[in-house]
Design a protein around this ligand. Structure first.
Ligand SMILES: C[S@@+](CC[C@H](N)C(=O)[O-])C[C@H]1O[C@@H](n2cnc3c(N)ncnc32)[C@H](O)[C@@H]1O
Length: 303
């Protein structure tokens, strides 16, 4: 069933910079070196799952050979910009596409952007109606884009390749990354989490979030996480930190006997998950790559 966006809520949350929510403003273009991290798309990758973000993650993933790409994001605006990009590929040339992105950046009335009428024909009516209802609000105002020379924009050659490959919009799941696994019904050869986990404290917690996706990755498959905000990932699996977190949960559960049921349940669940991760992690190779401008970590399922 199609998600129906709540315009009043969107107007309240779209400008809350630095805080991601269901309607936080989307990035207009990536700020990651996706040519580097997408090299980790495995050969013969049948299915991939990536952050929708600015729409560039799924596009680069298709470019690097994934046959089917699904997407997720906490924000509905990420779906909008991603769908605008795939729709634009059907009717605009590269130069028009770049022009469109420059005009959409920080734009407060999508109907005034040249070529949006053509693009609207290839968007879901619900989605386009939502964009039009957000008159006065900048849906795509994250990551400045001033001109067509931005080095993160898709090149003409790649754009033309993508026009042949990408024939329909990418499937989208609107979810917080912590709950992503509960929405998945299939398994993947490649998952790219952008740098979402940068916003989470503690490597034990970040490992926990990644481990919730372990059951959804085929043997030989990979999960990538970028690091762009200086929150360094450990060089190897953080055994000591995981043990400390487990002990921390045990201690809290013993001490806080009166905590409310929801909190208690989530503490028990996190403790069990951490214990499980200790075991399951034996099936994974963990590698931190530091050659790139931004670190990335690669989890590879070996058995
Ligand atoms: C972390 S941001 C950073 C931009 C990114 N480096 C890029 O190149 O687009 C990427 C995307 O993650 C989404 N996001 C942030 N926190 C999230 C969360 N907890 N769960 C799911 N998606 C999230 C944002 O809505 C945004 O579209």
């Amino acid at each position: 069933m199609e998600f129906i966006p709540n315009v009043d809520e969107a107007k309240r949350f779209v400008h809350s910079y630095g805080f991601y929510s269901n309607y936080s403003a989307a990035y207009i273009v990536t700020n990651e070196f996706l040519h580097d991290s997408m090299q980790y798309v495995p050969k013969n990758c049948n299915k991939a799952l990536v952050t929708a973000a600015s729409g560039d993650h799924p596009l680069f993933c298709s470019l690097y050979g994934a046959k089917h790409v699904d997407t997720f994001d906490i924000s509905y605006n990420a779906k909008c910009i991603m769908d605008i990009k795939t729709a634009a590929m059907k009717c605009l040339n590269h130069s028009e596409y770049l022009d469109l992105l420059c005009k959409l950046y920080d734009c407060r009335d999508v109907t005034r952007v040249p070529n949006m009428d053509k693009i609207a024909n290839n968007l879901s009516p619900t989605e386009y109606k939502y964009m039009c209802s957000m008159l006065g609000y900048a849906l795509f105002s994250n990551r400045q884009l001033r001109n067509k020379n931005d080095k993160f924009l898709i090149s003409q050659q790649d754009y033309e390749k993508l026009q042949k490959i990408v024939k329909k919009p990418y499937n989208f799941t609107m979810t917080n990354i912590g709950r992503l696994g509960t929405h998945l019904t299939e398994s993947y050869d490649f998952i790219h989490l952008s740098n979402i986990l940068d916003y989470m404290e503690g490597s034990a917690y970040r490992f926990l979030i990644v481990s919730r996706l372990f059951n959804h990755v085929n043997v030989g498959g990979r999960i990538i996480s970028a690091n762009m905000r200086g929150k360094k990932w450990p060089d190897s699996f953080p055994t000591a930190e995981i043990e400390k977190s487990i002990e921390g949960y045990k201690d809290s559960l013993n001490r806080y006997t009166n905590v409310d049921d929801f909190l208690k349940e989530s503490m028990v669940k996190s403790k069990q998950e951490l214990e499980q991760m200790r075991q399951v992690f034996k099936n994974w190779r963990y590698n931190k790559i530091t050659d790139f401008v931004n670190d990335i970590v690669v989890f590879e399922r070996i058995r």
